[in-house]
Design a protein around this ligand. Sequence first.
Ligand code: PNS
Length: 165
Amino acid sequence: MERIAIYPGSFDPLTNGHIDIIERSLCIFDRVIVAVLKNPNKKGLFSVEERKELIRLSLPDMPNVEVDSFGGLLVDYAVQKNACAVIRGLRAVSDFEVEFQMAMMNRRLNKDVQAIFLMTGLRWIFTSSSVIKEAALFGGDVSSMVTPVVNERLLIKIASMQAGQ
Ligand code: PNS
């Protein structure tokens, strides 16, 4: 039977740290579904459709990776996609507390969906979408932390935001 895992997140935008986790998860699972959360309460820099497009464009050589979006409960989405596990990346100890809480809540909601935590590669320990967005917004070079297409779209997005101000 095919082993499917969900890799959920905001991915606003995808970073090289996320790609590192996707590559690691493909050692364990036959198929990984990168699932962007549709959160009506949180407006991101990129729309959900833009985020999905950036993931697809950044991962053209990964046939076992599907890109999708979901709303509602993560465990319900996992069941709908026949996934047995949810993958989350862990950077520093500080990630653990919130991840542990989410994993325990998910287990309470559905005991059959397993939480798998993968350690991010050391070079991506300090990489996060929010830090990247903030640095890029103030003109910082983030090109070593994202794919070329994400970097390009970040610059375009920021320029159009600043032109509209
Ligand atoms: O990249 P993020 O923002 O840290 O991802 C958070 C995410 C999408 C994994 C989390 O917000 C989530 O699973 N949301 C779906 C709603 C849900 O199932 N909540 C119950 C568990 S706390």
